[in-house]
Design a protein around this ligand. Structure first.
Ligand SMILES: Cc1ncc(COP(=O)(O)O)c(C=O)c1O
Length: 435
């Protein structure tokens, strides 16, 4: 035992040395100022190697701790790790159609209120499940749903609200949660871009019946690919895990048998009494599980999350303070009074009459080595894949179209330091001086 531990510690020491030789050097040589990126040190690699030495591979001790620590951080009851934020969204929406929900289940054709200014896989699962999206416009500056229109958009068929907190900026959760409760609607939060944001002192992702996270490298913490579904409801949690794990009824962890203590005494469907519960399927499911190696990285990342959020918000503040002087030409980010965002990025909209276009500004920044990104799909209804989908639009999408044409974002991620912020701001100054 001691020998194994000694070898392990030798390996970890070697990993640390390797990290400092290879990765730190690489960081110093970075050219562009990215909109996002992996921020890590030897601890993530050591965890990764530790999990490799276990060779458990599928979700195990690291995954259990990662799930537990996500819940502890956010104050959530259940979290289920999955292989991406898109998978998390797919599970959250698919869960609403589970027969286990009885009368509260969504049926094909039932409506879900959402936005057309979105990431495509917030919308995709609504369509994939045969539900009908109802699109509302978003506000410029917050890029979040116009919550004051939700109540008027509700029809007899409306059963749920599924919205994202755009780029780390909480939507009007007070109002949305109230409407969801009043009309007995399911409420799901796409919290993929907003880990660590708060509304009225409570973390986003803990307001809805279900919420989702993404751990893709652009996000607040990363596992490479990865995500999670969170809920406070034990039934929804069972449904999520069933859909994630092939649709099975059994809830044993990988490698464990007979958690229910009646593995061979169930009578379900028209199966014979005692058919092995491990092979009973209560959903038409998927396999969307995370691996142990990803969880090991996530666990180390999660420890850094408070510092990551602090740095992101600090970078945001420095950009905001300096860019305020260009407010005649640029719409700067806005947020709800009760919100403390956990900024994913710094969104900007070029005002009409600014004297230049969004593309002119982004071209300039890109050429200067400052990476820019558009606000995801723009107006998703204008995307080739989505232009003919069955949907309802309530009260027009004019701001959504503006975002498609005139908005973009730049990075605030923790890999950006004060010197890079200064450089970015210098580029804005040069651009404006040249006009
Ligand atoms: C709001 C939102 N939802 C979902 C996703 C999908 O996450 P993933 O890339 O992990 O599938 C993203 C991706 O960045 C996103 O921005």
């Amino acid at each position: 035992m001691r020998r194994k531990e000694r070898i392990k510690q030798d390996i970890f020491r070697g990993v640390k040395e390797f990290y400092h030789l290879k990765h730190r050097e690489q960081e110093r040589r970075q050219g562009k100022i990215g909109y996002a990126g992996r921020v890590y040190d030897e601890k993530e690699i050591i965890n990764l190697v530790d999990s490799a030495l276990d060779f458990w591979l599928t979700a195990g001790r690291f995954a259990k701790r990662f799930e537990k620590n996500i819940c502890a951080f956010l104050g959530a009851r259940f979290s289920s790790l999955v292989n991406s934020g898109s998978s998390a969204n797919l599970l959250a929406i698919s869960a609403l159609g589970s027969p286990k929900l009885g009368k509260r289940r969504l049926n094909p054709g039932d409506e879900i209120i959402t936005t057309a200014s979105c990431f495509p896989t917030t919308l995709a699962p609504i369509i994939q499940n045969g539900f009908t999206p109802v699109f509302l416009d978003v506000d410029l500056g917050t890029y979040n749903i116009q919550a004051d229109k939700i109540e008027k958009a509700i029809s007899k068929k409306t059963k749920a609200i599924f919205i994202a907190h755009t780029l780390g900026n909480p939507a009007d959760l007070g109002r949305i949660a109230k409407i969801a409760a009043k009309y007995k609607l399911w409420f799901c939060e796409d919290n993929c871009d907003s880990l660590g944001a708060k509304y009225a002192g409570k973390f986003t992702g803990t307001f809805g019946h279900l919420s989702t996270l993404s751990f893709y490298p652009a996000h607040h913490i990363t596992t490479g690919e990865g995500g999670a579904v969170l809920t406070g409801d034990p039934l929804l949690n069972r449904i999520i895990n069933s859909l994630r794990d092939w649709g099975r009824d059994c809830w044993c962890d990988s490698g464990v048998d007979d958690t229910c203590k009646k593995r061979f005494s169930w009578k379900l469907g028209t199966l014979a009494f005692g058919y092995d519960h491990k092979y009973v399927y209560s959903h038409i499911g998927y396999n969307l599980k995370l691996t142990e190696m990803q969880a090991a990285v996530g666990l180390a990342q999660l420890k850094k999350l408070p510092e990551f959020i602090r740095k992101r918000n600090n970078n945001f503040r420095m950009l905001y303070q300096a860019l305020e002087s260009y407010q005649d030409a640029l719409i700067l980010p806005r947020w709800e009074k009760k919100a403390i965002p956990s900024w994913f990025a710094f969104p900007i909209t070029v005002r009409p009459g600014a004297g230049f276009s969004r593309n002119e500004l982004t071209d300039f920044l890109e050429k200067a080595g400052v990476q820019t990104r558009l606000i995801f799909a723009g107006n998703v209804l204008r995307q080739p894949a989505f232009k003919d989908i069955k949907c309802r639009v309530y009260a027009g999408l004019s701001n959504t179209d503006t975002i498609m044409n005139d908005s973009f974002f730049i990075g605030v991620y923790p890999g950006i330091g004060r010197a890079q912020i200064k450089y970015i701001l210098k580029q804005f100054k040069t651009f404006f001086n040249s006009r």
